[in-house]
Ligand binder design. Sequence first.
Ligand code: Q0Z
Length: 297
Amino acid sequence: MPDASLDLPGFAHVYSGKVRDLYAPLDAASGAPRPDRLLLVASDRISAYDFVLDTPIPDKGEVLTRLSLWWFAQLEDLVPNHVVSADVPDAVRGRAVLVERLEMLPVECVARAYLTGGGLEEYTAKGAVSGIPLPSGLVDGDRLPEPVFTPSTKAPMGQHDEPIPFGAVEAEIGSALAARVRDLTVAILQRGNEVAAERGILLADTKVEFGLRGDEVVLADEVLTPDSSRFWPADQWEPGHPQPSFDKQYVRDWLTSPASGWSRSSGEAPPALPDDVVARTRSKYVEAYERLTGETF
Ligand code: Q0Z
């Protein structure tokens, strides 16, 4: 659901994801949507256990937008990006970015530095992830010998992305482009972890999206945010079980506690979050931003 309350004169709503909304700026003269720009708006909505919760986390959209902009700048020597301007309407100031509209590549580019989630499932079934054989005996949360590229399909909203072998990416976009996005995705995660490790955060994995500007590959969407990557507190890293999430752990712990009265297996929507869970979760997003960037939110 988009921000139904959001009135953005000069913009037309294009699409809404679970927690973000996409608008097209309208051409001042013709009133038509501009074909060359998009406005990416990050809401304060939060998802957990595949539900978008009824309770927003204040400032989450701004924290993630500012973090993504900071990372784009950190990564500029590796890859160009789609950012045009953070000068956006007051109604979304701080949590929206005007970007260049690109020809998006039809692949979710995922890299993993640690084994968990879907990568762990694939490893347990096959001893390999995305066709890359891994040492035996790895457990949930283990660091991989080297980061691996594990692409997936872009599933329609509400459905889960399916892992695909590298060969399927090559078939879809060509071998040269496939190798380029593989190498970039891994380099982005590596660079991210070099920075984050100094600040007590591990980046287990990340999902990035690329588009084309002519024949140049451009980093699009958001990058190295807690919504696109798994952030783990380094001081609590202990392979052998699921790791606590840097940002969402208070939400998950409360939802699965008796206090919430909610059961994950019920299929029911989760209840509203208590104020203290909201406040502590907001603090974790701000803490991640401040630790990574060294700047005050
Ligand atoms: C990103 C998304 C949503 C935010 C399309 N530079 C670009 N050019 C063309 N398309 C996109 C981008 Cl970033 C694009 N998405 C994902 C959905 C809010 C981002 F609702 N979809």
